[in-house]
Design a protein around this ligand. Structure first.
Ligand code: ZN
Length: 682
């Protein structure tokens, strides 16, 4: 927040208003979605349409929640790996202070490495989890470190530069040290072989035993054990170090709480105020039952225009799926687009009743499926710079069953993706014929959005566990099975005449665009995200290949879906869309049975058979074709800047949003303004 005198505010305001009018007239033409491209990444920016129309109090609320969001960035860096903050700060010090040749190849490689670390919130790939290989030598790095003033370096008290180097160099350069952030290879000790910072000196068996003894099988409303702590062994005793005010990550959490208190003061209504105060109580106590109270109040707050996620939320970064990475998203409702998801959720019971799963796994009453399209105002933590386009929370099964869940699709982010991808040559390369291209041109964006809506609004919320089934029974396979379930639910209904009847699709053929896109992605094109020789580990990717490979195999005799060769290239050909839908229905039924009964053996078999392995020849071909397109397989975003304008009394008189910050510029600013944790957190 910057304080300014009134005259200056006036000047700034009229300038911005003039700029605004101009932008409205030419709409998208002036907005630069593309920021920059490096490695396998493309950086985009997103618009926040409608922010100007919020009233002052709402703008203030967004502002405070955005500050609370940005304060958590360092937490995620540390969660992703013990040395991440130290390495980031060391490289930033060089990047900002090195006076030598900044145009040499090695310096450019160092810059690239730092940009990748910013993107991944650590030294491992954000998606594939493998450690980055630096394109510069240890000797070169050492020269640079010695070249800058030690005052800029993240040295511990009394530590010499050589000691710093000998601690972090193996982490950066030795391929055998911390090679994977999250290791999912079947049979390995997943805890010991994962570099993420959720366990220290603990084996997988010890971690599983520790949490098994905390679980009470008769507890119908269990807290999410392990969610907000690091599990450590000290003097032979295994214990949790809780992330809270006064605990681990306290300096960052205190700042988050500071901004949340400000937000509490301008809440839109009592319900929202309660949500914020419950979250503060949880951050202050670290008590997981308070987390559940917060979550329940959050689920119940459906009327507020502004909403947010702030906290330890998703557990994809823990090989055991318990410990949650820190993330934040601040958003407000996109009222026009929400009509679409409202229609879906209004009909939730119809979808549940007509689903092709066994009746005993169906919910007799689908509760609280709220759905909305939102406009993201800020992305942070594990949602920045790479972000999800749909979110469905909370994760605790009993809370979802008793209190419902909130589903959102992020309209302005999806829009930015779509705008940035049109005409990039991808479809021309991978889609089989003009017929499919025409379908996808006409319906692809719409059916993609709709599939996401169905996945988030209905898919995750459908079905139920049989009584007595442990929600974690599927262990490491749980996330893949859950994502497959949600995707299949959406895919199955995409082709249902009900969607045309409800006005969600303009034609009974439109669904084919999504079927083709999904199968092409699952069978071939998502492989562009995997390096040659690697297997698939990320659960959403596993889920997509599971579905696509299963359908390919089960429909092989009738040639329902084929991989065909044309001019020496492989293409997906769908010969019978109606049969594809039947197969999606069959697989949904199987996957739901695995989930509902907690059948770990069946989950393992189907995931290991269909979801993990990659055909090396096809993979090589796809990578080669993709490389020629010169596109980046991963995308992320820089955030807009929110600037509070303050009068002489310290009152906020307006909040301005601007979009012109660059990528490195934003990262360096965040590292200065929102960086309260020590380099090593123990
Ligand atoms: Zn999902």
């Amino acid at each position: 927040m910057r304080k300014r005198n009134l005259l200056l505010i006036f000047v700034v305001l009229s300038f911005v208003l003039a700029g605004c009018n101009k932008k409205n007239n030419t709409d998208d033409q002036n907005f630069n979605y593309a920021v920059e491209k490096f490695a396998d990444l493309q950086i985009l920016r997103y618009k926040v349409p409608g922010f100007e129309n919020l009233d002052l109090k709402q703008k203030e609320l967004v502002y405070y929640l955005s500050q609370a969001a940005l304060e958590g960035r360092d937490i995620l860096f540390d969660q992703n790996g013990k040395y991440n903050l130290r390495i980031r700060r060391m490289l930033e010090a060089i990047y900002e202070n090195y006076q030598g040749d900044r145009n040499s190849d090695e310096f450019k490689q160092l810059e690239l490495y730092l940009k990748r670390i910013w993107f991944a919130n650590g030294i491992h790939h954000h998606y594939g989890c493998e450690k980055f290989i630096p394109g510069f030598s240890p000797e070169y790095l050492k020269t640079l470190i010695l070249n800058i003033d030690t005052i800029n370096l993240p040295l511990k008290k009394g530590e010499s530069v050589s000691e710093l180097c000998s601690e972090v160099f193996p982490v950066i350069f030795d391929p055998n040290v911390m090679p994977k952030r999250v290791n999912q290879v079947d049979g390995a000790d997943l805890v010991l072989t994962s570099a993420c910072n959720y366990y220290d000196g603990i084996t997988q068996d010890e971690a599983e035993a520790f949490y098994a003894q905390l679980k009470d099988p008769n507890d119908k409303t269990p807290v999410s054990h392990g969610l907000n702590s690091r599990l450590v062994k000290e003097n032979g005793i295994i214990k949790e170090k809780v992330w809270k005010v006064g605990g681990l990550y306290s300096p960052a959490i205190e700042k988050i709480v500071y901004w949340l208190r400000k937000a509490e003061g301008v809440a839109e209504n009592e319900k929202q105020k309660e949500v914020i105060s419950n979250l503060i109580a949880y951050y202050e106590s670290g008590d997981l039952s308070k987390f559940d109270e917060y979550v329940i109040s959050w689920v119940n707050d459906t009327d507020s225009h502004i909403d947010f996620v702030n906290g330890f939320t998703e557990s994809y970064g823990d090989p055991l799926g318990m410990k949650a990475s820190w993330e934040s998203l601040v958003n407000f409702k996109d009222l026009e687009a929400t009509k679409r998801t409202q229609t879906i959720s209004d009909n939730a019971q119809w979808f549940e009743d007509n689903s092709p799963i066994d009746d005993k796994f169906k919910k007799s009453e689908v509760k609280g499926v709220t759905a909305k399209v939102i406009t993201a105002a800020i992305l942070a933590g594990d949602l920045y710079p790479a972000t999800a386009i749909g979110i469905n929370l909370p994760n605790a099964n009993w809370i979802r069953a008793e209190h419902g869940s909130k589903s959102v699709t992020i309209g302005n982010i999806t829009d930015a993706y779509n705008k940035a991808s049109h005409g990039n040559g991808f479809g021309d390369e991978f889609i089989y014929s003009e017929e499919e291209k025409a379908l996808i041109d006409q319906y692809g964006d719409l059916t993609g959005d709709l599939h996401t809506d169905l996945h988030e609004c209905l898919g995750h919320g459908s079905g139920k566990l049989l009584d007595g089934v442990d929600p974690d029974a599927l262990k490491a396979y749980g996330a893949t099975i859950e994502e497959a379930r949600a995707d299949l639910f959406g895919l199955y209904y995409m082709a249902d005449p009900k969607l045309v009847e409800l006005g969600l699709l303009p034609s009974q053929d439109a669904y084919k665009a999504e079927y083709y896109n999904f199968l092409m992605n699952g069978l071939m094109t998502q492989l562009v995200r995997i390096e040659q020789g690697n297997i698939i580990e990320e659960s959403h990717m596993r889920n997509r290949q599971l579905i696509a490979r299963w359908v390919l195999e089960k429909g092989a005799d009738d040639k329902i879906v084929e991989l065909k060769q044309k001019d020496g290239k492989t293409y997906v050909v769908v010969n019978d869309y109606v049969k594809v839908r039947e197969l999606f229905g069959q697989l949904l039924s199987e996957i739901q049975a695995i989930k509902s009964t907690g059948d770990h053996a069946a989950a393992r078999e189907i995931v290991e058979n269909y979801a993990v392995k990659v055909d090396p020849q096809l993979h090589e071909e796809i990578l080669e074709r993709y490389k020629k397109l010169n596109l980046a397989p991963y995308k992320g975003f820089v955030n807009p800047i929110y600037e509070a304008i303050v009068d002489d009394n310290g009152e906020i008189t307006d909040v301005l949003v601007t979009y012109n910050e660059g990528y490195a510029e934003q990262m360096l600013r965040y590292s200065k303004e929102y960086s309260s944790l020590p380099s090593i957190n123990e």
